[in-house]
Write a protein that binds this ligand. Structure first.
Ligand SMILES: [Zn+2]
Ligand SMILES: [Zn+2]
Length: 172
């Protein structure tokens, strides 16, 4: 099935120096993330293509929504991720970083998918300074305080993070 992420570039290939703008919104299901962190929201892609002597440069950005939970306080998160794109497409790729132009077409989909998945944080936080739970009494320190003394300088979240990792290993 044709997707708006497959772009015909025959005119670009014929005329070095020529450019093309692509701005599309694609259903997440069409991107086939195959990743539970990605939501069903549409994925936005906006790129500027330019025909160079050694291929076609594709620059712009893509935005998608992901969901997860704060690794400290476990609150559910839904966030947008935007990735800057700067890629090269070649008819006969001579660089390991280049993508292939096939049948005079550029398929942006694998590149967009790859960039977005790499950009999602592995251990997301609701806020950079989320206090999480007290490692001693378990109080939710976002909404309350507790009387436990915590030695200054200790990584007070290490214990909880390790526990959380163990639990998710068990689940997964
Ligand atoms: Zn949090
Ligand atoms: Zn406490």
């Amino acid at each position: 099935m044709a997707t708006p992420l497959i772009v015909n570039v025959i005119e670009l290939l014929r005329r070095p120096g020529s450019t093309k703008e692509v701005q599309v919104s694609v259903a997440a299901s069409d991107v086939s993330f195959d990743d539970a962190r990605m939501t069903d929201d549409d994925v936005q892609v906006r790129v500027h293509m330019e025909s160079l002597t050694n291929g076609i440069s594709v620059r712009g950005e893509t935005t998608a929504q992901w969901q997860g939970e704060c690794r400290r306080c476990l609150v559910p998160l839904t966030r947008a991720v935007t990735v800057e794109l700067d890629e090269l497409y070649q008819s006969a790729p001579d660089s390991p970083d280049a993508y292939a132009i096939e049948n005079d077409q550029i398929n942006l989909l694998p590149m967009v998918r790859e960039n977005l998945l790499l950009a999602i944080p592995l251990g997301p936080l609701c806020t950079e300074d989320c206090p999480g739970f007290c490692p001693q009494c378990g109080a939710d320190l976002r909404s309350t305080t507790c009387g436990c003394s915590r030695p200054v300088g200790d990584d007070r979240w290490a214990v909880l993070d390790a526990l959380k990792d163990r639990l998710s290993d068990r689940e997964g």
